[in-house]
Design a protein around this ligand. Structure first.
Ligand code: HBI
Ligand code: FE
Length: 295
């Protein structure tokens, strides 16, 4: 997951632990320094996900993956990725040490630079990590950056993030990112498919989000999503479904400011709420999270 576990980084002052020398937080990827063990971890994760994704990941993801220099047996080289991305959608991939402060993250996105974790998770932590690593960021996010609509939407999120910070509306905007770019589902050829990076980079959630009777699957509604809390520590309790990826195009053009006004007057919703006006695709039985709460 791209754990939006951001509080860790809030209020970090210059010179504090973890802050790199460059003001934009980028570091060299230093591809030659990855060890055989690190490449092997990539290979394990890659194999596991690629076996799961046919019939589960959306067409745009599969297509992006096919056209990028993302290989089974080695961590991708960001320069080679950037060459191909630049030609198709004008994006680049830059290396960062992990989570970066919100404003730094938004600045990169607004300039079509995707900050990707340089490190890879340890072999004994294949399923759990707190910060976005190179597998989550490159395998999960980068293929979708080959899709022109997603490419524009993520840039718009960067601009929108800087603006939302000034308007004190970041919580509301971050929920939109979470329930689209990270954990979004889309209808495709009569079924539900995954486009969210947090899902496509997770073996267990790739199955859970589509096959479990536990979570709700609701039609995407912008104001509704802005009010909805999310889980950063476990599978989502609700997934929001787009009718079409191109719906993101219209989303990117909407002026969020008046919506922030309206939504801030309404109650925040729990991650498992269902409202009378929701478009319910499947109503979850909630068993998974109820069970977890008892553990
Ligand atoms: N930094 N590297 C990285 N990746 C993220 O996804 C990220 C981040 N910093 C902040 C952040 N996400 C979120 O808090 C914002 O999207 C709101
Ligand atoms: Fe992410």
């Amino acid at each position: 997951m791209s754990a939006t576990a951001e509080p860790v980084l809030h209020g970090l002052a210059a010179g504090e632990a973890g802050r790199p020398d460059s003001p934009d937080w980028t570091i060299p990827q230093n591809w030659a320094a990855y060890t055989p063990q690190e490449h092997a971890t990539w290979a394990t994760l890659y194999q596991r996900q690629m076996a799961l994704l046919p019939g589960r990941a959306c067409e745009a993801f599969v297509d992006g993956m096919r056209r990028l220099p993302i290989e089974p047996d080695r961590i991708p080289d960001f320069e080679r990725l950037s060459e191909v991305l630049m030609r198709h959608t004008g994006w680049q991939v830059v290396a960062v040490p992990g989570l970066v402060p919100d404003d730094v993250f938004f600045e990169h996105l607004a300039h079509r630079r995707f900050p990707a974790g340089q490190f890879i998770r340890r072999a004994d932590q294949l399923d759990y990590l707190q910060e976005p690593d190179v597998f989550h960021d490159v395998f999960g996010h980068v293929p979708m950056l080959m899709h022109p609509v997603m490419a524009d939407f993520i840039q718009a999120y960067g601009h929108g993030g800087l603006r939302a910070q000034r308007l004190g509306a970041l919580d509301m905007l971050a929920r939109v990112y979470w329930y689209t770019v990270e954990f979004g589902l889309v209808r495709e050829s009569g079924a539900l498919r995954i486009y969210g990076a947090g899902i496509v980079s997770s073996a267990s959630e790739s199955r859970f989000c589509l096959e479990s009777p536990s979570p709700h699957r609701l039609g995407f509604d912008l104001a509704r999503v802005m009010r909805t809390r999310y889980r950063i520590d476990d599978f989502q309790q609700t997934y929001f479904v787009l009718d079409h990826l191109d719906d993101l195009l219209r989303l990117a053009e909407i002026d969020f400011a008046p919506l922030y006004e309206q939504v801030s007057r309404l109650d925040t919703l729990s991650a498992d709420a269902v409202l009378p006006q929701d478009t319910v695709i499947t109503r979850g039985d909630g068993r998974y999270h109820r069970q977890r709460a008892l553990e």
